[in-house]
Design a protein around this ligand. Structure first.
Ligand code: GLN
Length: 290
């Protein structure tokens, strides 16, 4: 009899269980306090909890009972954890990328580099991605072309994620992922030369106040670059020429206020630069050429 009562109590919450549509609405209200995109977050977490795509969820499943684990996912998001780390996936340029806390989450702003690359080098022979992270820049460029390429990253965890993404996207045969640390001598010794270089280095000023979903969760090694955020450009820009064919272009992501200082670093070693803006009109990338 005791057993039967326990079983009934366990079932009880199920009887009061919300439908998917109601659970999403409640979650969106909760997340409005901490997220700029509460409704989208609530939907993505529900799709993840149910193991379906967001479109399937919204088209077919809103009247299903909400799954048990959903509220725990919403709590994590309410504590600022990024949706991409909860679901393990982020979309970039319409492609699905696996993401872990070892990598920065690919941002729509970085699609500026892909747009620039496809416009100015639609048929590069060999592309290098410096600080590849999830592999988003390298693999997106490869997916849009027939090029082969190399992605390097100092983080072993990031290299594992990038290799996994290459495999998932069917690009392993055209993408080599190598663990290299450009703060150490010899890092570029056997890489060869390239006609396109893509790079989203760390560029945030040490001690900058970041949104908690960035600062508390994303890897500091991928974000911070010294007191003025320029340390990695200082290291990399003088080395780029040795990695570039005569007519090659290097496209570097920059912070919105970094166009002038980074262009000056590039000018000092003989590059001309061109600024690319993101969809919000902010300076987002510099194209370097000899
Ligand atoms: N754009 C990122 C941010 O908003 C920084 C990325 C980087 O440092 N490469 O925090």
């Amino acid at each position: 009899m005791g057993d039967r009562r326990a079983a009934a109590e366990e079932r009880e919450p199920a009887a009061e269980q919300l439908m998917v549509a109601d659970a999403i609405r409640a979650a969106a209200a909760t997340l409005a306090a901490t997220s700029d995109t509460p409704r989208l977050d609530a939907e993505l977490l529900m799709a993840h909890a149910m193991g379906v795509s967001r479109s399937d969820l919204l088209l077919r499943l809103v009247r299903e009972p909400a799954p048990q684990g959903y509220s725990r996912l919403v709590e994590r998001r309410a504590a600022h954890e990024p949706v991409a780390y909860i679901t393990g996936e982020a979309e970039f340029w319409g492609l699905p990328f696996r993401v872990t806390p070892a990598t920065l989450i690919p941002r729509a702003d970085s699609e500026t580099l892909i747009r620039a690359a496809l416009a100015l080098a639609p048929e590069a022979q060999r592309v290098l991605d410096l600080g590849t992270g999830t592999g988003a820049l390298l693999l997106t460029y490869l997916a849009e072309t027939r090029t082969t390429g190399v992605g390097i990253d100092a983080s072993e965890g990031a290299c594992a994620v990038a290799s996994d993404n290459a495999a998932r996207l069917g690009l392993s045969a055209r993408a080599a992922i190598l663990q290299r640390d450009w703060t150490r001598a010899g890092w570029r010794d056997d890489l060869g030369t390239f006609d396109l270089i893509l790079c989203n280095p760390p560029y945030v000023e040490e001690g900058a106040r970041l949104d908690p979903q960035v600062g508390d969760y994303e890897p500091a090694s991928a974000l911070f670059a010294g007191a003025d955020g320029l340390d990695d450009y200082r290291l990399l820009i003088p080395e780029l020429a040795m990695l570039m064919d005569a007519s090659a272009a290097a496209i570097l992501e920059i912070g919105a206020a970094q166009a002038e200082p980074v262009a000056a670093l590039a000018g000092r070693v003989g590059f001309t630069t061109r600024l690319c803006r993101d969809l919000a009109g902010r300076p987002r990338a510099l194209v370097l050429r000899r």
